[in-house]
Design a protein around this ligand. Structure first.
Ligand SMILES: [Zn+2]
Length: 188
């Protein structure tokens, strides 16, 4: 793990990651959209793939998608697209607004359409919400992440809802998370 700021020498930082034998980098938190774009562009230039938490505060989900990352991790975090402002993670304000997120389509249709257009992969990691759920720190109320994934999949292609492939009508889902109960995804 390393901290990256606007002053970081990105070509060097990415080259160092590549030098470890990594085939991708993962972006976790506290990154503005401009930096998400810059890191992603440099990683791709050096033929690394980019995983990113779907909400990077302050970069919101639509900005993470627009930056061109390959994979968006943790379905719950997509719900922050519905939050007023850009709340920091944690605490009462750092939670996905349940009522908005549970509406039909989860209000995220435009986001899903852009993911489909770009071929973004949704790394849903739903099982972590069962295994590591702590009411004090949870970012989605129970059921919200499941609802978001269902909405994403329906938006992708209703006729392919039940397919267990890596590509569901455009929004690709990581195979390890698609079966919902066998995810080996780590909590962060
Ligand atoms: Zn993560």
């Amino acid at each position: 793990m390393r901290a990256v700021t606007s002053r970081t020498n990105l070509p060097l930082a990415v080259a160092e990651a590549r030098g470890t034998g990594a085939t991708g980098v993962k972006l976790y938190a506290e990154l503005p959209a401009s930096l998400v774009r810059a890191i992603t562009a440099e990683a791709h230039r050096q033929h690394l793939e980019v995983w990113a938490h779907a909400y990077l505060h302050p970069a919101k989900p639509s900005e993470v998608v627009a930056a061109g990352v390959d994979v968006l991790s943790h379905a719950c975090l997509l719900g922050f697209e519905l939050s007023p402002g850009m709340p920091p993670l944690g605490g009462e304000s750092g939670r996905v607004p349940t009522e908005k997120a549970m509406k039909p389509g989860a209000g995220l249709s435009r986001l899903f359409d852009e993911m489909r257009r770009r071929g973004s992969i949704l790394d849903a990691t739903l099982s972590i919400y069962d295994r590591f759920d702590d009411p004090a720190t949870r970012r989605c109320a129970p059921g919200v992440a499941d609802h978001i994934v269902r909405a994403a999949t329906r938006r992708a292609s209703p006729s392919r809802w039940a397919r267990t492939t890596t590509r569901t009508g455009g929004i690709r889902t990581a195979p390890s998370t698609w079966s919902w109960s066998t995810s080996s995804g780590e909590p962060e």
